[in-house]
Design a protein around this ligand. Structure first.
Ligand SMILES: Cc1ncc(COP(=O)(O)O)c(C=O)c1O
Length: 374
């Protein structure tokens, strides 16, 4: 396939045979149970990982499940210099009936491939992506946290592994999947977050990589996120790079605005924001509730004015990690304002409960979003 001048090799896919080497010394039970009782987010990892190699001409090969271990890289490995890297984030859930499931993993596979295209990387067949996730979840099925609302966070990623200094797409890649037990973001009472509007920095410009899930986007968000924290807020919100007027998204979550007439607005997928799977699911669920959801631009000015007049009754952020997070307070160099009561709103709570219920198997999955693994 030709992509903007680069020849990207489509992997010749026939379902890959996995070789399996169980960990010879998995984490001792007492240590694992302690980790699972208080997993936090992103600090504890399960025993295994999946690795699949890619070489131009050969395609994806050597699929293996093995012990989670460090990877050794040549200092000239392309990703360390030119950041040709993409990733995904999804959760495996324990269902109410004890089974294990993924939520819309086909959408993660699809987005992974959109990111791959933007970063001039080879496609990964959807079956291979989901198959690799399944391998890991099945191998580490003892790694589901015991805490309520816990899940196994899955991180598939791919990077340019060719030792080569020069700016061109690499000829070798690795695809890995690791897993990390994750606790509930909402401990009790679902606190609302306070967000800081970045006026000095933007996240993504038209034509850039905003719609791709590549590490570089997150590296660039660290300074504005640190600025938000330094000002006493939880998260940064970015404005559009062209006019510095319209709300885009948070560093790692999409945004929704809820109005007193029952309508919702969420910023459109214009190429500068990540097409969130939670965002897409919530649009569907809100429309099923009879609400009208508009994917349209919404300015900071409108946000401030609508919060002041009371037309805006709720705002919430959404993403895989935190599911749905109410936004209570907004601040920036031009002053600050509160949304509604400053706490979680009714619709925010209702949509969150419905989505979590579908993910956990307590609310019927009428959309075929839940993929059972056992
Ligand atoms: C920048 C950004 N926006 C939005 C999202 C939400 O996407 P999703 O709902 O697919 O997790 C994420 C998280 O993946 C993100 O990193």
């Amino acid at each position: 396939m030709n992509y903007k001048g680069y020849r990207i090799q489509m992997a010749d896919y026939s379902p890959l045979e996995f070789s399996r080497a169980p960990h010879p010394a998995p984490m001792p039970l007492a240590e694992r149970n302690a980790a699972l009782a208080n997993p936090g987010f992103g600090t504890v990892f399960s025993d295994h990982m999946v690795t699949i190699d890619y070489v131009d001409g050969l395609g994806w090969h050597n699929a293996r499940l093995g012990p989670r271990e460090p990877i050794s890289l040549d200092p000239a490995t392309a990703v360390l210099h030119y950041a040709q890297e993409i990733f995904e984030g999804l959760k495996a859930y324990r269902l109410a009936d004890g089974g294990t499931a993924l939520f819309r993993p086909d959408r993660n596979a699809h987005r992974f491939n959109s990111s791959a295209e933007r970063l001039a990387m080879p496609h990964i067949p959807e079956e291979m992506f989901i198959g690799a996730v399944r391998e890991l979840v099945m191998a580490d099925s003892d790694w589901f946290p015991s805490v309520e609302g816990g899940s196994l966070y899955i991180r598939p990623f791919a990077f340019a592994s060719e030792p080569f200094l020069g700016v061109r797409p690499a000829k070798e890649y690795k695809f890995l999947v690791i897993a990390s037990p994750a606790g509930n973001y909402f401990k009790s009472g679902a606190p609302a977050v306070s967000i800081w509007v970045s006026s000095d920095y933007t996240r993504a410009a038209p034509g850039g990589t905003g719609a791709a899930k590549c590490g570089g986007n997150y590296a660039a968000s660290l300074v504005p996120q640190a600025e938000a924290i330094a000002h006493g807020h939880d998260q940064v919100v970015f404005l559009d790079a062209a006019e510095r007027k319209y709300i885009e998204e948070l560093g790692g979550m999409n945004l929704f605005f809820v109005f007193d007439d029952g309508s919702l607005i969420t910023p459109p997928l214009s190429g500068t924001i990540l097409p969130g799977i939670t965002r897409d699911s919530l649009i569907t669920l809100a429309r099923e509730e009879g609400l009208s959801v508009h994917e349209q631009r919404y300015s900071l000015e409108e946000w401030r004015e609508d919060a002041r007049s009371g037309r805006l009754v709720e705002a919430f952020a959404c993403g895989t990690a935190a599911v749905v997070t109410p936004v209570g307070h907004v601040a920036g160099h031009d002053g600050e304002f509160t949304i509604g009561s400053g706490g979680p709103g009714q619709l925010t709570t209702k949509l969150r409960e419905k989505l979590v219920g579908i993910q956990r198997g307590t609310v019927p999955d009428t959309h075929g979003w839940v993929l059972r693994l056992d």
